[in-house]
Design a protein around this ligand. Structure first.
Ligand code: LLP
Length: 399
């Protein structure tokens, strides 16, 4: 191990990094702090203990098999959005009955696969989809368990690409169409209506949108109860955000506030099972993208640190302008410089940070791009014929 100050090493160890592994592994790669993942799951279990809450993990956030099997073995269910995710969930230890299948355009083979495996619930997004599910289930001699995804027209005040619950979005069934879709389902022979499903967006850091969601749910459930329609569960979706600016000070999402918001907000529902589908809040903090500086270059006074990770490895900054803290793990310099940290991909948007303050940085230094556990590895591509990023778990899995 060269170049690394003792204090820095200790700090890194606390956050699950093993510098020997980091220095010896070819970059770029994702490094997962499995202790932090386990502690995060522990907090969720603690905050939901005693409440009729069923937490599903939204697999799209990170479908790395080590992450999945850790989460599956902790007893959480899975939220999937494709046939591929159904398979990966089953292969990594999730039970079929604990899988909810969301997605706005489920294809026939995906519906068939879900029915064959006996998944817990299809979250249905249109009457057209309901019709297809009923037909396929009929042909297979099965009954499909369904919930209707409602578009509650609530603005989650997050990035427009990850807002899903307003009337302008493609997701869900409009509230004024729900009566007719429920009516339709009751005249079908091969679907069983279990509940209602909502998901208003992602990286939501204020509780207000969730408070509004609770009000909407209470009114809807009360109204349907009066009409003699009784749901078996309500699924409130996911969306809880994390603190991308202070990964070390706030490694956990505000789980207590979040679950308390629903405990208070949904009090009128008296013990009805509530499903959650959290992705980011479970896995974002435990992942770090590790990369090496390839060149330092200056253009008209502006310094660039060009690294070997690109937007194909982590697309969030390029796609959403997302901010991830970047640290130099190997520089001992006291003096700092401002760098644009950019990748090798032939796109001007392949930039991780424009005004990044780092200790003097040189070719060969190792940079850590933090809070990259959610929507990092799972959104990676081979653009520019680059290989998919590798991954390392700390500590390494036992098998
Ligand atoms: N349930 C449904 C139906 C969803 O569409 C999503 C995420 C989730 C649950 C989980 O949401 P979470 O708890 O992770 O916020 N790629 C974007 C995020 C896209 C979220 C898509 N849907 C990003 O990197 O910020």
């Amino acid at each position: 191990m060269q170049n690394v100050e003792r204090t820095m090493v200790n700090q890194l160890r606390r956050h699950g990094f093993d510098m020997d592994v980091i220095e010896q592994t070819p970059t770029p790669f994702y490094c997962y702090d499995m202790n932090l993942l386990n502690r995060t799951i522990g907090r969720i279990l603690q905050e939901t203990a005693g409440a009729p809450y069923v937490v599903h993990y939204a697999i799209k956030a990170n479908s790395n098999p080590h992450i999945l099997s850790t989460i599956a073995h902790s007893g959480l269910g899975a939220d999937v959005v494709s046939g591929g995710e159904i398979r990966v969930a089953l292969n990594n230890g999730f039970k079929a009955e604990n899988i909810n299948f969301s997605g706005v355009a489920k294809t026939d083979w995906e519906i068939q696969l879900g029915l064959e495996c006996g998944i817990g619930c299809f979250n249905v997004e249109s009457s057209a989809e309901l019709q297809v599910i009923n037909d396929i289930a009929g042909k297979m001699g099965k009954t499909a368990p369904v919930a209707f995804r409602v578009n509650p027209d609530i603005d989650a005040h997050t990035h427009r690409f990850i807002t899903t619950g307003t009337a302008a979005n493609k997701f869900g069934i409009a509230m004024d169409e729900l009566d007719s879709v429920i009516d339709l389902s009751q005249r079908m022979n091969h679907v069983k209506l279990l509940g209602l499903h909502f998901h208003i967006g992602s990286q939501i850091t204020q509780m207000q949108p969730f408070v509004m969601l609770c009000d909407t749910i209470n009114h809807m459930v009360e109204r349907y109860n009066r009409l003699g329609i009784h749901f078996e569960h309500i699924n409130v979706g996911g969306g809880l955000g994390i603190d991308y600016s202070s990964p070390d000070e706030h490694p956990f999402a505000p789980f207590r506030d979040y679950f308390d918001t629903f405990k208070k907000g949904l009090a009128p529902l008296h013990g009805m099972p509530i499903h959650f589908e959290l992705g980011r809040a479970i896995v974002a903090s435990c992942g770090t993208l590790i990369s090496r500086v390839v060149y330092i270059k200056e253009n008209k006074g502006k310094k660039f640190a060009l690294i070997d990770a690109g937007m194909n490895d982590l697309i969030r900054p390029a796609l959403y302008g997302a901010h991830h803290v970047i640290q130099n793990l190997t520089s001992n310099e006291r003096a700092c410089e401002t760098y644009e940290v950019a990748g090798p991909v032939c796109e001007s948007s392949d930039v991780f940070a424009t005004d990044c303050h780092l200790p003097l940085t040189r070719r060969g230094d190792i940079l850590a791009i933090r809070s990259a556990g959610a929507y990092g590895e799972s959104m990676a591509s081979c653009y520019n014929m680059r290989p998919l990023p590798a991954c390392v778990c700390c500590p390494a899995p036992e098998n």
